[in-house]
Write a protein that binds this ligand. Structure first.
Ligand code: SF4
Length: 365
């Protein structure tokens, strides 16, 4: 550690000019992205929220549609949660969207619809962490805050030859960036580092020959930049089995609204996790009877679909049922809908895979 520290002391980013080559590279090479067309705080903020855990290509159409539908913070605050979730449908990590909605309401109520530009105020809003606060305050308000995402961590770990992203090393990275952030263009400095990580300093095959800061990169000088940072061994993701049913009555089928930590507020066909695969038809019938009081008759197994979440893989056995009682009813957490109503509800991604099965066959609802 002492040897490494001594080496690092010798690196003077300022004198070697990390900022100038980085920014001139960024000015010439940055991707033309819709959220870079202007630095309006609202646009920057929603794009940063969408980009968390999500690829740029996936975000672009969502961002464009969102700005059309909700052009400002007031439009978000005034919208229903249902409508907000519908616009987020398919983007995943829905708590981001719900937090943004809550934050928008606070801004309208407490800040007269003006997004606050101080660290303490902005950082205290729901869903805003250090990264989002740093990104929005630097890009939209030109304030001197660093924004350290996964790409920046990788670039900095290679640049400073850090094997582990330990707390100590993360603090080191942060203090190094705080020292050397370009005070005139902090937002561009942050974006340039992120862009470098996304387009040049790639996880598996960094394009070091094209890198504007390869002259000061210890990882590159060491010969094997991909050694930094060390990648952790990925945990095995467990498989969970669910049973789900399309329960039909006349020309409608039953859907339910999720209530809980995961995918809260989104709709789905009734589904339930099982621990054993045996007797799952009776298990599902009982679940429906206990939850809704409906007696249902099994028709056939339609198919199985798979879906991967960050912490588990889902296998969903999709079955076809008919409801044999003469009652359907509607509640706030369940509804009977026809195929043409699907667009009025926000469904999660696994559920859309179920609907896809039906697009290829007869819906008869
Ligand atoms: S020289 Fe290579 S490893 Fe170093 S920052 Fe540039 S791309 Fe990354």
């Amino acid at each position: 550690m002492d040897v490494e520290k001594n080496v690092l002391k010798k690196i003077n980013f300022q004198s070697m000019g990390i900022s100038n080559p980085l920014l001139s590279w960024f000015d010439t090479n940055k991707r033309a992205l819709p959220f870079r067309e202007n630095n309006k705080p609202y646009n920057v903020w929603i794009s940063e929220v969408m980009l968390q855990q999500t690829k740029v290509d996936t975000v672009i159409p969502y961002f464009n549609e969102w700005i059309k539908k909700f052009p400002n913070i007031k439009a978000v605050a005034d919208a229903s949660e249902e409508s907000i979730l519908k616009s987020w449908e398919g983007l995943g990590y829905y708590s981001r969207c719900r937090n943004f909605h809550r934050a928008a309401k606070i801004i309208v109520k407490e800040y007269n619809s003006i997004i606050p530009d101080t660290w303490d105020e902005f950082r205290s809003l729901p869903g805003v962490g250090d990264y989002t606060a740093g990104a929005v305050l630097s890009i939209a308000f030109n304030k001197n805050y660093v924004a350290i995402d996964g790409n920046v961590k990788r670039v900095m770990a290679r640049l400073t030859k850090r094997r582990k992203l330990s707390k100590y090393n993360q603090n080191y990275i942060k203090s190094t960036l705080n020292k050397h952030i370009d005070k005139n263009r902090p937002g561009d400095f942050n974006q340039a580092l992120m862009e470098l990580g996304a387009c040049v300093c790639l996880p598996k095959k960094p394009k070091c020959d094209e890198c504007p800061i390869n002259g000061i990169c210890l990882g590159y000088k060491n010969g094997i930049p991909t050694n930094y940072p060390m990648t952790s061994v990925k945990k095995q993701i467990p498989l969970q089995i669910y049973v789900g049913g399309i329960i039909k009555f006349e020309k409608k089928f039953l859907i339910q609204k999720r209530d809980g930590k995961m995918l809260n507020g989104l709709w789905e066909i009734p589904m339930k996790k099982i621990t054993r695969k045996s007797n799952h038809i009776e298990y599902f019938k009982k679940y429906i009877f206990n939850k809704y009081g409906y007696k249902i008759k099994f028709k056939k197994i339609i198919s199985e679909i798979e879906h991967a979440y960050s912490h588990f893989k889902m296998k969903l056995i999709v079955m076809d049922f008919i409801q044999i009682d003469d009652i359907i009813g509607v509640g706030t957490s369940f509804s009977w809908i026809s195929k043409s109503d699907i667009d009025n509800y926000a469904f999660h991604k696994a559920n859309h895979k179920v609907f896809k099965l039906f697009n290829n066959s007869n819906w008869d609802v």
